[in-house]
Design a protein around this ligand. Sequence first.
Ligand SMILES: Cc1cc2nc3c(=O)[nH]c(=O)nc-3n(C[C@H](O)[C@H](O)[C@H](O)COP(=O)(O)OP(=O)(O)OC[C@H]3O[C@@H](n4cnc5c(N)ncnc54)[C@H](O)[C@@H]3O)c2cc1C
Length: 455
Amino acid sequence: MRREPSREPLTRARRVAVIGGGWAGCAAAVALADAGVHVALYEQARELGGRARRVTLDGLALDNGQHLIIGAYRETLGLVARVHGTHNAGSLTHRLPLTLQPFGNGWKGAVKLRAPHLPAPFHLAAALLCAGGLSWSHRLALINDFRQLTASRFMRTAGETVAECFAGIPRLAFRAVWEPLCLAALNTPPARASAQLFANVLRAAFTGTAAGSDFLIPAVDLSALLPDPCARVVQQCGGTVHLGARVRRIDRSGKAMCVSTQTEQGRFDAVIVATGPHQLHELEVADAAWSEMRRQVSAFRYESITTIYLAYSQAPAIASLARLDDAPGQWVFDRGVMPVGGDMLRVLAVVISAGGAHDAMSHPALVDQVERQLRHLAPTMGERRFARVIAERRATYACVAGLVRPAPGRVADGLHLCGDYTDPEFPATLEAAVRSGAAAARSALRELKINPTAG
Ligand SMILES: Cc1cc2nc3c(=O)[nH]c(=O)nc-3n(C[C@H](O)[C@H](O)[C@H](O)COP(=O)(O)OP(=O)(O)OC[C@H]3O[C@@H](n4cnc5c(N)ncnc54)[C@H](O)[C@@H]3O)c2cc1C
């Protein structure tokens, strides 16, 4: 439960620096501020949010990439409620039950399913049993798969891939249901993706409450959803937020930790490093345990996510998101009607998870191909008046089978780590980032002998 910030004068409060203002750093900063710690949050960019932030394109507030949250992302949703207030949180996302709805007229083999209002996991069984576009044998094979996963308590062997885990079911059934969910959750193709991480997501989504598998689509831009209100909480609790402040070095000086940017140096009781994994090597830290951790992370590979924003005078109504036929768009999200160049247009976000041939295409060529794809599936689409592509080349680390990763928390005295790549349970997602940030904050508080509930 949230406590009022400490009433002690700030001169007596412990000081912790958080380096990196993505969702992990923001989560860590709020947890520390709530415990009465004086937080200094350093972010090298001009705005917070990292890989999940608002971008303004031709005056439209969009995101660096379309994001989807599931109901099982409990810590993310808890933090959204903490910073916005429980009563306001519900209106910040559109919630719909687990749904696979083909875009437009659909295509041969398109699968259509929607989870009914039943307790978990019967809602999944019922959704699969009633799925359109699948034969009875395919439906039963999918249900049987899930039964076997449940029987194994969702424990998979370390090097097993998602493709190996589901090798027993017909390819068509796998491609229709598990493959798109794997790509959406792990951003890694099933042939390489970790079966254990995918099993963890399925367990979280389908074995708790039925709401765990709900899709939640942000109704506001990503910065407004979390990073901006987190910054306000930190500042209200007496902390500071430094934008455009790239930390170059972390040094130990007696018991203090010194954090240096190009222009200034600060002394802290502890530091939490919340950068992306690919950014760790840019920080100078003279510590053996740090170097060992960095060596581990240098083995990571990365996967892209590409979002193609398109605005049309007219587009088929979709319930927030719909499946595409992977040629090359995988999902399309309805961003609503927005003012574009003086007209009110429907803005769509087409998403392609993980790398592929599309990475080598020019943006105009990719727009053309996606445009053809949409028109093929929905010939009544109106005129396109706007198109922009955002390709995040290092959107997430590749969640491959058998990858060894550092844990969130203490690396050495006074030095703690978080980020989506450190969470043991979830793949590279907002939930992994938020969980890891909270874990790193707990570890710093433990070290400083501060009771998190005593703030
Ligand atoms: C296009 C796209 C789509 C995605 N879709 C989904 C989705 O649908 N659902 C989902 O759950 N997840 C999704 N993800 C993944 C999710 O966005 C990430 O897992 C999450 O945002 C990672 O947060 P983080 O805080 O761990 O890292 P980051 O967001 O990378 O934050 C690190 C921050 O540290 C800053 N930094 C780095 N070095 C320094 C330094 N030296 N000094 C100061 N600051 C520094 C960086 O500028 C950055 O702001 C998507 C990601 C992308 C890119």
